[in-house]
Design a protein around this ligand. Sequence first.
Ligand code: ADP
Ligand code: GLC
Length: 493
Amino acid sequence: MRALKILFVSSEVEPFVKVGGLADMVGALPIELAKLGHEVRIVCPAYGSVKRVGGWHALPRPLGVDVGPSAQWARTWETVLPGTAVPAYFLENHDHFARPEVYTGPWGAFEDNDLRFAFLCRGALALCQQLDWIPDVAHGHDWPTGLLPVMLNTTLRDTPLGRTASVFTIHNLEHQGYAPARVVDFARLPRGEFLRDGIESGGMVNQLKAGLWHATKLTTVSPTYAKEILTPGGGFGLDGVLRFRAGDLLGILNGIDDESWDPARDRALPSNYSAADLHGKARCKAALQRRFGLEENPVVPLYGVVSRLVAQKGLDLLAEALPAVLDRMAIQLVLLGSGDVRLENSFSWAARAYRGRCGAQIGFDGKLARLIQAGSDIFLMPSRAEPCGLTQMYAMRYGTLPLVHATGGLVDTVENFAEGQGRGTGFVFHAATAGALADTIGWACATYYDRPLEFAGLQRRAMAQDFSWRQSAGHYVDLYRWAVESRTGTYPA
Ligand code: ADP
Ligand code: GLC
């Protein structure tokens, strides 16, 4: 089979810039595709905060980017995904990417996001032309790349890039990238594309919707989420468009980078371990308890949270349930996250009110995230909606049982504990209420104390799951070939 040329365009890529799981996905899937023999290149902005991991060098020629009234310029930095030969390019431009923030700027400066990410899309495609590297497929991720398929379908249709198929992945339907109509001119799109059945929505441009209309094929990051978004309840106003395009939409479960996330090799941990010998996990638990000033008790169940603190993650349910839970149950809890100020405050309050049993760190800390995954017994994820979710998979790999709300990718990855039947990999609750969450925390707590052998069985099964990218990467390759066939009429066998 012919190797494919695949361009990834994304606003985040691990380990250079990360806000959430999008970065993990874009930093991992290309590696697996490359192992299958395909040629992948990644393009991302060089934000002021980008981490220059590994060797970086600037390409000798400046990149002209066709946006706005007269061309703008970018400097292109080239590097590779660490430990691989997969090229990653970062576009530097003072006006659009100098500030450190990925999405939100100081003083609400996210109003220019339409211009910033239109620049990314045009820039990525201009770079392909400059490098004379015409991809078979351009794979965009979430609303920041929604205009990419529109560009391929319109102004670039009669260029060599006109044969490039597009795949657009929805990582989260909630963020749609509404923008004023000015972005049409800035991105140099034909004004005639400003259509209800296209990129327009309520007099604005909806960049996510643009991608949904224009991409050759659509994916989302789990099979269950692919079904949920077709319903009015889960479609965030776009279920109609998605139903219209349902024949081109596939739910492909995310994988995890199981080399980076491996408790036997993770250098962020004070002690390594594997399913065969969990002593190191107990040492991680003690270290985690020390880190948060909790009582160093090896036999109290320790619950962990690592999350963006936003409504989607259902952590308001935890904040509501927490005082009663901590009053009634002999448990400990640690949380790492940032986002909604009210949530930050209520967890900081709980850490003070229940000193020694509850700890909270507000912020983003990749190393501490790993210690929490390793040192906790149970990992909490009460998400109201979860397109896929990666942290529950990291938890299982680290022998930490996920406790999740039955939604989206959580349904596809966590099997509920069946008492006495030797089945399950975690604890699942079905009503998104503080009461149901508290009850399930209690159930996990009782299992920990009263059924230690069954708890150990759950851990063993969780650690034995294969969440690697290997399987899903194959599904993406099939999808890319299908997209190329739809675009060019020939199946690239
Ligand atoms: P989402 O992308 O919706 O935030 P995922 O579960 O897919 O959810 O991915 C979240 C990723 O971000 C994981 O790699 C998780 O470890 C990381 N993460 C989230 N919050 C923090 C934080 N405060 N500090 C460090 N890592 C975090
Ligand atoms: C989004 C989703 C999350 C998913 C991640 C990676 O941020 O909220 O569920 O795991 O993207 O696809």
